[in-house]
Design a protein around this ligand. Structure first.
Ligand SMILES: [Zn+2]
Length: 305
């Protein structure tokens, strides 16, 4: 059930990605809008635990971490984590209670991404599915093709708005793979996350934290910084500005549109639903209307949150 604290599993007495302080939180991934600091117990993957602790300085004893596919139990509900392909450590939460299986997707991306564990399809009776971009008109292009658009902005510094966790590491590894002669500078907030990615075996390539000097020195550098810093960045210097996002409207005032999203587009969502073999879909985030329309009488669709 959806409550003001977040999605609540009554028989297990736990919350999925709670927005507020709760006793027991099952957390899909380390993005700030998916957990609350004041929980007595966290259940998540080991890397989600490491990423959250790097940001929040929480006591490690609060965390119960389980590897992907490892089964565990909370108050009689069986659980396991399945890779969500969204950011490092991100998981879908599979649950079983009284012979009915549920799969909470959290944030998912099935598109290829060498900076995190690849998405895995799960089976369930009830799919609790994110519908952030669940609109048939939404189609995310290939990230590798998108990153090559930066060639249009050669011989200039380019600042790209990327969130410190997830998007920065993905864009960084794409630049190093497809535009290896560009120098990349990253905001200092991302450095601690990069190190966790690298320790987990994900090669991000070359980068250095930026400062004023690096901006003066470079004529062809790419700067990855939190989107909120984009407007004021670079002063009067010659610098193009770009945002890496799946939200089309947000590209309006930028030098070019870099459509790189960490969420699934319409085709990906339909594929996830079809492969899950679910008979019911409960939608969370965004608008589930098109999902309901698409499945008609085939599957029961409920708008959960
Ligand atoms: Zn997320």
């Amino acid at each position: 059930v959806n409550t003001e604290r977040g999605l609540f599993c009554e028989p297990g007495n736990f919350y999925l990605d709670p927005k507020k302080s709760v006793e027991t939180a099952v957390v899909s991934h380390a993005h700030k809008d998916h957990y609350n600091n004041d929980c007595a117990k966290f259940f998540c993957t080991p890397l989600t635990s490491t990423l959250i602790q790097a940001r929040e300085n929480l006591n490690p004893n609060l965390f119960n971490s389980f590897e992907f596919s490892e089964q565990f139990e909370i108050n009689g509900v069986e659980l396991k984590f399945i890779p969500a392909g969204h950011i490092l450590g991100s998981a879908q939460v599979w649950m079983k209670y009284e012979d009915i299986t549920y799969l909470y997707t959290g944030d998912i991306k099935t598109q290829a991404d060498s900076s995190c564990e690849p998405f895995e399809f799960g089976k369930c009776d009830v799919l609790i599915c994110e519908t952030t971009f669940a609109n048939p008109t939404t189609k995310h292009p290939n990230a590798s093709e998108e990153i090559l658009k930066l060639k249009e902005l050669e011989n200039h510094n380019v600042a790209i708005g990327t969130y410190a966790l997830g998007k920065t590491q993905r864009v960084l590894s794409l630049i190093n793979e497809f535009l290896p002669d560009r120098e990349v500078f990253i905001h200092r907030n991302s450095v601690k996350f990069n190190k966790i990615y690298e320790r987990a075996g994900f090669v991000l390539g070359n980068y250095e934290p930026y400062n004023r000097k690096s901006f003066k020195r470079s004529q062809n550098g790419i700067y990855l910084l939190p989107p909120g810093y984009l407007i004021g960045f670079g002063g009067r210097g010659d610098c193009y500005k770009v945002l890496a996002t799946g939200w089309k409207a947000k590209h309006k005032h930028n030098s070019l549109s870099l459509v790189i999203s960490d969420h699934s587009d319409w085709d990906e969502i339909v594929n996830v639903i079809d492969k899950s073999n679910c008979s019911e879909i409960w939608t969370v985030h965004g608008d589930g209307c098109f999902v309901k329309e698409h499945y008609g009488t085939q599957k029961k669709v409920k708008f959960l949150a």
